[in-house]
Design a protein around this ligand. Structure first.
Ligand code: AHG
Ligand code: MN
Ligand code: MN
Ligand code: MN
Length: 335
């Protein structure tokens, strides 16, 4: 029987990835691992307990909060407070950033930004959902409160990022800037096991993922690109296949394994698109680049954008290099 390396072992072995960290980033990743296991347990029995459906509250972005959005937010927040490695968080489900005002946390070096439950509208129909996290070193002085500038750092400054996909099996995929590694959860022993070491996005792909129901509102470059994906051409292996789950984590994960492109563009009604720069696009962009793919707003690398607000949205294009090159040409040509 093959015994896999565990996530815990892998993190410790790779501690030297973080020149400034003395085990505190390792402990931080362990808190995320623990929270992921708890959320996974609840999601798996969501049909049996009263945890599906809307909470009756809107979050600050005007979305109807699901009960599991709130639950996952609390679990991750509490796990991060408990170990004292994080001085504050920002979350899709919190109006403002949260300062962990206790002795240990004040002295912590890191902030975490997260989308505690991604694709939460899919939970009621038993479709995969996820969690996305992004970690930065704080800018504010250690010992004091966190400040907005800790959270509005450019994406290139991330020290780690990752996601959990609660799918047909549950996986945790993360990077600390030294490649992308994936771990599959074995519920019988309660352990994430290394199953996908050094994951790379195929250079070209055949899958395009976009909510085509919004077609009429897309910018011309995106419309032309969709038509390009649908045209027949033997040389470029077209037409491509359309796949859209509606959970960014799951759509991204599939494209990472198979090769493909994911687009959530701006529209006339939503000129900044829908996805959040800090909780969704920056961490996915860090993973994409680490896996040899690209992530842009259609023109500029996501990781180079300077955030201006916590809940800021941004158009998001990410995937295999060849497909991204083509969509960039369309975006440039059809302004
Ligand atoms: P969240 O559930 O965290 O609010 O994110 C939902 C996002 C993302 O997961 C997904 O890709 C996208 O919304 C789907 O949006 P549409 O339903 O507009 O396609
Ligand atoms: Mn939401
Ligand atoms: Mn999301
Ligand atoms: Mn969410």
């Amino acid at each position: 029987m093959l015994i896999h390396k565990t996530l815990g072992e892998f993190i410790v072995e790779n501690q030297s990835d973080f020149p400034h960290a003395k085990g505190d980033l390792t402990a931080l990743l362990s808190s995320i691992k623990l929270a992921a296991k708890i959320v996974n347990r609840e999601i798996n029995k969501a049909g049996l307990v009263d945890i599906r459906g809307a909470s009756g509250i809107e979050n600050i972005q005007g979305e109807e909060q699901q009960k599991l959005d709130k639950y996952a937010n609390e679990v991750f927040k509490n796990a991060l407070i408990a170990r004292g490695e994080v001085c504050g968080i920002a979350s899709e489900e919190e109006d403002h950033y949260v300062f962990f005002d206790n002795q240990n946390s004040r002295n912590a070096n890191y902030v975490v930004l997260m989308d505690p439950l991604d694709g939460s509208s899919n939970i009621d129909v038993n479709v995969s959902v996820g969690t996305i996290f992004s970690i930065y070193r704080r800018i504010s002085p250690v010992g004091g409160p966190v400040s907005m500038e800790d959270f509005l750092q450019v994406g290139r400054k991330q020290v780690a990022a990752g996601y959990v996909v609660y799918g047909s099996s549950t996986m945790l995929v993360y990077t600390t800037g030294n490649g992308v590694h994936g771990f599959t959860y074995d519920p019988s022993i309660g352990v994430f096991c290394l199953s996908h070491e050094a994951m790379t996005f195929p250079k070209s792909g055949k899958i395009y993922s976009i909510n085509e129901g919004n077609y009429s509102k897309f910018p011309l470059g995106v419309k032309k690109y969709i038509k390009y994906c649908q045209e027949e051409d033997d040389a470029t292996n077209r037409p491509y296949t359309s796949r859209y789950i509606g959970s960014l984590v799951s759509d991204f994960h599939r494209n990472l394994l198979k090769g493909g492109i994911y687009i959530y563009p701006q529209t006339a009604q939503a000129p900044k698109g829908k996805l959040r720069l800090l909780y969704e696009c920056n961490p996915m962009a860090f993973l994409a680049e680490q896996a040899g793919a690209l992530a842009t707003d259609g023109y500029t690398p996501i990781l180079d954008l300077k955030p201006t607000a916590l809940h800021q949205r941004v158009p998001f294009f990410t995937g295999s290099v060849d497909m991204m090159d083509t969509v960039h040409q369309f975006m440039k040509e059809y302004k």
